[in-house]
Ligand binder design. Sequence first.
Ligand code: ATP
Ligand code: MG
Length: 284
Amino acid sequence: MKLKIAIQKSGRLYEDSMKLLNDCGLGIRNGHNQLKSSADAFPAEVYFLRDDDIPQYVEDGVAHIGIVGENVLLEKGKEVSVVEHLGFGKCRLSFAVKKGETYSGPLYLQGKKIATSYPVITQNFLTENNIQAEIHEISGSVELAPSIGLADAVCDLVSSGSTLFMNGLEEVQTILKSQAVLVKYKKLDPSLEKLLSQLLFRIRAVRKAETNKYVLLNAPNDSLEKIIALLPGMKSPTVLPLAQEGWSSVHSVLSEHEFWDRIELLREAGAQGILVVPIEKMIL
Ligand code: ATP
Ligand code: MG
């Protein structure tokens, strides 16, 4: 029995999806020219697909699990379960209008023509806000629509906003925040569920490691207490005596988001020779 995994064939989610699976030790060989590939080191098979098709494959159980953006998932409205948020492929779906227009709120869109590749999500937003507008569905280069007279506004994916800017548009309202998620077929049988939970265990270990750093430092013994309080670690920090009398080496784990603040406090508390090392896997 193999776990069939659907990922994007090429595009913005491809690299991160492959990296995640391979960091989990699956051993998937190049997929660029292949539509299907077997994992060397895990009972799994990977299908390389257009991201738009992934929800359908997983709903049907043709693929058991898949990695896809929440934006695509919501747009397609397929019956799949979201298992895990993966923290990459972050973007937002936003309305944008021509620079210089004053957008005072959704009412601005009343009676307007809106170009988008996400007609379902866009329509839901309009309905919720009691707005009648004409949605013009296009599959790409949405940001061009206003300048060629196809639409008054667009509803498109944005990450930095530079594409909109270059096309004379201004982002005025975000209607969805999205990232890549792991989804599964709703009726997975128990042996496949078991494989999925093994994979999920690895995914969590990899993601945890990515957001944490291993920290080693030297501390004078009289400031140890203060330093240990700043470094709770996984359980508690490791403290080893240095060859030099009166000093210890302290080892611990710090999460990325509190990292710089803590390092400053550690230095103030007397820590020296601070080394920061990436962690490959982290199992709690
Ligand atoms: P496919 O050929 O697979 O249909 P695509 O052109 O529809 O690819 P991509 O542009 O590769 O899709 O984007 C895939 C996903 O990456 C998006 O659906 C979204 O979840 C995410 N994403 C992250 N940042 C952005 C961005 N700035 N613009 C578009 N998508 C983004
Ligand atoms: Mg697509």
